[in-house]
Design a protein around this ligand. Structure first.
Ligand code: HEC
Length: 134
């Protein structure tokens, strides 16, 4: 188990864990289906999650607080003001390519905005929306 990541670094650098958004959706969907048989990812539910206001955190009540009302737009961090590139795959081909990065940001953002971890089903839906939106 220790050898593999080292090999990855040697051979292909950071691209070792590169995946497509479709693969990332499938991984989350399989996880969701294990708990909820018959689960299929829904871009529509993903859009609803993206726009939902949680009112847990004044500065960032929703995903849109930093990512704007459209994933096609560049965003801005609600606290630091730092620019954020668009989440939509259609305008930013670098999105949802690294499962570790995707997990890291779902972890941080869901906790801050939703107040809990997002479920595998919510993640599958969210990435499905980001892949479909045009
Ligand atoms: C406080 C600002 C902020 C809010 C609110 C926010 N995000 Fe983000 N998000 C970021 C930043 C900063 C990044 C990392 C920079 C980047 O990838 O451009 C990011 C990246 C992501 C990524 C990684 C995408 C990839 O390419 O791998 C996902 C997934 C994500 N956010 C989901 C969400 C979800 C879901 C919500 C709402 C529940 C949300 N974000 C709300 C700031 C925010």
């Amino acid at each position: 188990m220790r050898v593999l990541p080292a090999l990855c670094l040697l051979l292909v650098g950071t691209a070792c864990h590169a995946e497509t958004p479709q693969q990332i959706i499938q991984t989350y969907a399989a996880d969701a289906a294990a708990r909820q048989p018959g689960f299929t990812p829904s871009a529509k539910r993903g859009a609803a999650l993206f726009h939902q206001r949680f009112a847990l955190n004044d500065k960032m009540p929703a995903c849109t607080s930093c990512h704007t009302d459209s994933p096609l737009n560049a965003g801005q961090h609600a606290v630091t003001g730092k620019a954020i590139r668009p989440l939509a795959v259609a305008v930013n081909g670098e999105r949802f390519a690294d499962p570790a990065k995707v997990e890291k940001w779902f972890g941080r953002n869901c906790k801050e905005v939703v107040g809990r971890a997002c479920t595998p089903g919510e993640k599958a839906d969210f990435v499905a929306y980001m892949s479909a939106v045009r």
